[in-house]
Design a binder for this molecule. Structure first.
Ligand SMILES: CC(C)(COP(=O)(O)OP(=O)(O)OC[C@H]1O[C@@H](n2cnc3c(N)ncnc32)[C@H](O)[C@@H]1OP(=O)(O)O)[C@@H](O)C(=O)NCCC(=O)NCCS
Length: 258
């Protein structure tokens, strides 16, 4: 694919994906993602021709003007659209497929623990929301979406949506994925919850306090029941706070910190 044909496709992608793109002049002047993408073609060519220092230096000049740092060694596909752009970092061994959309603040970076191929592979049609971090030699499958602010540390299957820190799947192949077991969200807070649940069970057993609350076989209703119970507890607590007790600012302040 020729240089100008690639740029023409990039411009077309902006018109298709950004409703704010109203005129050709505006796109040419006001889209730093387009400028960075065009100049990455130049720096990548210099990198391949082994003019590596020149390529790195030029990529830093591009970063100065656009706020977008794409390592000259990174491989970008066709119609990649970087919207707004400021703060985007794409590492040396990253691979970005066709029709990928990246928002401001996205990092396709390394974990600092790997050598060789140490940056992500982002397959065709992926959408990465603003300030998401995709770290390490992992793969984001075709047409998946990464939520704003997420930190993705593991492979993401195709056609999935992931959110959170660390990211977990909330949609897969168009179906909602409900997390009913804290172990599925592999973060330190979940570990604490699991440990606490174990301790509560043990204490109940020692004190001989009856059987655990019967758990419905269906995992979804279990999840919904937990949510409903929390909501009921909230209402009860509010009633207690504001009706049973005289309104006392000192008490209210302490209570709101619970
Ligand atoms: C991830 C995203 C694509 C999901 O959109 P969606 O499919 O419409 O998902 P929903 O709004 O149905 O959310 C589903 C659940 O995920 C949660 N969620 C959605 N986005 C989230 C995010 N970025 N971080 C954490 N949780 C998120 C919602 O709170 C909701 O949780 P609940 O069911 O427990 O209430 C979207 O939320 C997102 O982050 N888009 C990025 C937008 C962006 O970067 N814009 C930049 C503009 S400059």
């Amino acid at each position: 694919m020729g240089f100008f044909e690639g740029v023409r496709e990039d411009i077309q992608a902006i018109f298709e994906r950004d409703p704010a793109a109203t005129s050709m002049l505006a796109v040419l002047l006001c889209y730093p993602g387009l400028h960075a993408r065009i100049l990455h073609r130049v720096t990548h060519w210099l990198w391949i021709k082994r003019w590596r220092l020149l390529a790195r230096w030029l990529s830093q000049v591009v970063r100065l003007f656009t706020g977008i740092e794409i390592h000259p060694g990174a491989v970008l596909g066709r119609r990649v659209f970087i919207d707004h752009g400021m703060g985007v970092v794409i590492g040396e061994t990253a691979f970005v497929g066709d029709d990928v959309t990246l928002y401001q603040g996205v990092t396709l970076g390394g974990t600092g623990k790997e050598k060789g191929k140490r940056h992500p592979t982002v397959r065709a049609g992926v959408f990465v929301g603003n300030n998401a971090n995709v770290l390490g030699n992992i793969t984001i499958g075709e047409n998946s979406r990464v939520g704003a602010g997420s930190v993705v540390l593991r492979d993401v299957p195709p056609n999935s949506t992931v959110v959170g820190v660390p990211a977990h799947i909330i949609y897969q192949d168009g179906k909602r994925v409900l997390i009913t077991d804290p172990k599925d969200v592999k973060d330190p807070l979940s570990d604490v919850i699991i440990a606490l649940a174990g301790e509560v069970r043990e204490i109940k057993e020692r004190l001989g306090i009856g059987e655990a609350v019967p758990v419905p076989a269906d995992a979804t209703s279990k999840h919904l029941q937990a949510v409903r119970t929390l909501a009921e507890e909230d209402t009860e607590r509010d009633q207690y706070r504001f009706t049973q007790r005289p309104f006392d600012p000192e008490y209210t302040e302490i209570a709101s910190g619970i």
